[in-house]
Design a protein. Structure first.
Length: 111
C-alpha cells in the first residue's frame, strides 16, 4: 500500500467568510481532517478573534446558500458564510423604495 492513506491525504480545505458591517470582507482558508464540523472550521479560521462582534451577534451559518448548524459535517471545498442579522426586513425595504419612487414620479411635472 502507498502512503496516500496517511493522515494528510484525508485533510480537506474549507473557506470561511465574514463581511463585517464596516471594514473589509474577510475570507480565510483552513485545512482540517475529513469529518470536521462547521464549528471546528470557524474556530480554526480565527475569525472570532479578528471580529469580536461574532461572539455577540446572532450570526447564521451557511454552506452553499443553505443554513447549517455548528455540528454540520463539511466536505472538501465547502465555504462557510457567517451571516449577520438583517438590519431591515427585505419586504419592508422594497415597499419603502417603491413608495419613494412613486412619490418622486408624482412630483415630476408632466408636459
Amino acid at each position: 500500500m502507498g502512503h496516500a492513506d496517511g493522515p494528510q491525504a484525508q485533510d480537506i480545505t474549507i473557506a470561511v467568510f465574514y463581511a463585517p458591517e464596516t471594514g473589509e470582507p474577510d475570507l480565510r482558508e483552513v485545512r482540517l481532517p475529513a469529518g470536521a464540523t462547521a464549528e471546528q472550521a470557524v474556530l480554526a479560521s480565527g475569525l472570532r478573534a479578528a471580529h469580536p462582534e461574532l461572539v455577540t451577534l446572532d450570526v447564521r451559518w451557511g454552506v452553499d446558500g443553505q443554513r447549517v448548524l455548528p455540528h454540520h459535517i463539511l466536505q472538501e471545498g465547502d465555504r462557510i458564510d457567517l451571516c449577520r442579522p438583517l438590519q431591515v426586513d427585505p419586504m419592508s425595504a422594497r415597499r419603502l423604495r417603491a413608495a419613494a419612487a412613486k412619490k418622486a414620479a408624482a412630483s415630476k411635472p408632466r408636459f
